[in-house]
Design a protein around this ligand. Structure first.
Ligand SMILES: NC(=O)c1ccc[n+]([C@@H]2O[C@H](COP(=O)([O-])OP(=O)(O)OC[C@H]3O[C@@H](n4cnc5c(N)ncnc54)[C@H](O)[C@@H]3O)[C@@H](O)[C@H]2O)c1
Ligand SMILES: [Zn+2]
Length: 375
């Protein structure tokens, strides 16, 4: 067991619900020791079949060698798995194994597994402990930290859920080596988002590393992921249930959610939609006089260098986008709420924006950033 490896560790400070996040290459090797230290009665690993084969089975074998009874439950990959029925099936599988309150649910996978397994652990016996072991870049910098869990309903995404903080987050950057490139790049949009909303130095570092990052690796990857988690951890410590500052994490997400819904989930990955949405939000800020002129162009350049899309998808109608934005839980009184930036590294809490301002920003977006519109 390698206990002396210099992994990076930070803490989400939430009183008695505080927990550590451990980041580094090879962190999974220390997972059995870390999990045993939590003294579980049993462990339940929830993951996808391919991740079970690569990471889950070896972890289970190692835990059992250390005398911790471990069961591995698999669910199919894909957003469709994040639903009520699948959560119910997992809960029944846990009950059939007579798991008690001291069991720990380990979420081994991306945001889908993290949200689903987190939700299951929030519900089982009115709440058992969870450990998040995120294996996508998006999950490592975002969904595994902060305690939002849930499932989708046919009526909409994330409509059922609970705040349930994990007891530990283990981030092994080596797992990203098997992640498809497109998913890795999509996660980079959220990485850049942290720089844009809260840390100019991170923004600069990501830009400096973009040649490596767009290929799926960088010698600074663990530092970058650590910094993203640190920013999120600080925000969550201040505002666990999104009454205030936590909302700035939604920069780029008003347009992103609308795009995902209009274009269809799956065609555009979440991070790709966020990439496009951040450009729209920067343009909106510019036209409202909040964001310095030229910032949207700078953000778009940085995103393109990471291999991310910045143009609004062909054929998307602005009216449809606005329709979704108006239905979004963040909309109020015919106005749409947007997180805007005052400069790179400084976001402002959401402001209500008139629909006509949004329409204007979307047309500028299309004119400036869509190649076919220029011809
Ligand atoms: N709880 C939160 O705060 C929060 C925040 C952001 C997003 N989310 C949720 O996260 C979900 C999206 O998460 P995601 O982008 O990680 O997608 P995902 O979990 O669907 O993973 C993407 C794909 O990568 C595969 N995969 C995962 N890790 C891999 C690895 N190491 N090697 C090879 N393949 C791997 C998965 O099987 C899947 O096919 C959405 O449901 C979203 O709502 C939650
Ligand atoms: Zn996001």
């Amino acid at each position: 067991m390698e206990t002396d490896k210099p992994y990076l560790t930070l803490h989400v400070r939430l009183g008695e619900r505080s927990y550590p996040i451990i980041v580094g290459s090879g962190v999974l090797q220390s997972a059995p020791a870390q999990l045993c230290a939590l003294q579980p009665s049993q462990l339940v690993l929830i993951t996808h079949p391919h991740l079970a084969q690569w990471y889950g089975e070896p972890l289970k074998a190692s835990l059992e060698r250390q005398g911790v009874p471990t069961c591995l439950l698999t669910v199919p990959p894909g957003e469709r798995t994040k639903r009520w029925e699948v959560a119910g099936r997992l809960l029944r599988q846990m009950a059939q194994r007579a798991l008690d309150r001291r069991c720990i649910v380990v979420a081994l996978g991306g945001g889908v597994v993290g949200d689903l397994a987190g939700f299951v652990s929030a519900c089982y016996l009115r709440g058992v402990r969870t450990v998040q072991v995120p294996t996508t870049l998006l999950a490592q910098v975002d969904s595994s930290v902060g305690g939002k869990t849930g499932v989708n309903l046919p009526e909409g995404k994330n409509l059922v859920g609970a705040f349930h903080q994990p007891s530990l987050v283990l981030i092994d950057t080596d797992t990203l080596k098997t992640l498809p490139h497109r998913h890795f790049r999509a996660g980079l949009a959220e990485v850049l988002k942290y720089g844009i909303i809260a840390d100019e130095a991170l923004w600069q570092l990501v830009k400096d590393e973009s040649v490596h990052l767009r290929q799926g690796h960088s010698p600074r990857l663990a530092d970058i992921i650590y910094r993203c988690c640190e920013i999120k951890a600080n925000i969550v410590s201040e505002d666990e249930t999104e009454q205030g500052v936590r909302a700035i994490l939604n920069f780029g997400h008003t347009v992103a959610h609308a795009l995902e819904s209009v274009v269809g989930y799956g065609r555009l990955l979440h991070g790709e939609a966020v990439s496009i949405g951040m450009v729209s939000a920067a343009l909106l800020g510019e036209s409202l006089g909040i964001t310095p002129v030229g910032t949207a162009e700078e953000i778009a350049d940085a995103l393109r260098a990471l291999g991310l899309p910045v143009a609004l998808p062909h054929g998307v109608e602005f009216e449809s986008l606005l329709g979704v934005m108006a239905r979004d839980k963040k909309a109020r009184d015919g106005q749409v709420r947007f997180v805007l930036i005052e400069r790179i590294g400084q976001a402002r809490l959401p402001v209500a924006v008139k629909e006509k301002e949004v329409l204007h920003a979307l047309s500028v977006h299309r004119q400036k950033f869509n190649p076919e519109a220029a011809s």
